[in-house]
Design a protein around this ligand. Sequence first.
Ligand code: GLU
Length: 301
Amino acid sequence: MPSEATYIGRFAPSPSGPLHFGSLVAALASFLDARAQGGRWLLRMEDLDPAREPPQAAASILRSLEAFGLHWDGEVLYQSTRLEAYRDALKQLRALGLIYTCDCSRQDVQAMGGVYDGRCRARTEAVVHGALRVKVADETITFNDLIQGPQAQQLLHECGDFVVLRKDGLFAYQLAVVVDDAFQGISHVVRGVDLLDSTARQIYLQRCLGETTPQYAHIPVAVNADGQKLSKQHFARAIDDADPVPQLLQSLQFLGQAPAPELREASTEELLHWAIGHWDIQAVPKLANIRHDCDPAITSG
Ligand code: GLU
């Protein structure tokens, strides 16, 4: 079992709206995995896209985490304060000859079958208004996910060179997440399975930047009756800060844990204490998604 010094986990929400059931489950899973192993649990606000961030969303997420007893260690890290570090990482990648400018549109990439074919790699004329892409190697990245098992992705053929600085000048999630997981010394990343596909790109960037690779564990994501991921984009209902226990119980069931019915009468603290003591990552369903009907039963499928 890792000691406190070696386990550092995190929850890294994008403040595009209040916490909803899906993000509560991700927060809870990463919290329980860290606390069950005597680890630290850090909070990082991924606030790099102001146009998609309602002004009160970050504060509302912090209030909800407190209300649910999910107390983080240390100061919250805001990605909006980290632009210098992302610039330095870009510089490092550029020095390795891995960066080039590309003005292909989303439609262009779709026409390539969704995998960017690297056509701007060798362009000689200056591309002025473009995104920056990182060249990927013709190699297969493998890793062992603690929940989803062994994974492999051939980056060049399954993903292609990917964007690290967007056309609109914003740093891409893939770059920022790698720089900050390294900066915060994250040893374990527990997050939604919708990000499983990003992991090979992140491992590739870690290698290019000389950073270590954390242990990954991807939990199922909650979907609505139409099979859409519960998200702010799909107007998932915000969680209710006034009544944490039933929602924590639902989240634990969603994560395959088996809280006894009597825990309905427990306080938030007592319930979390039980959940830390009984956390079993092996019991988390190895499914891509689980349907979550907000009221009130949970059906797997
Ligand atoms: N900010 C991302 C999200 O809210 C999560 C990033 C991560 O956990 O790596 O979906």
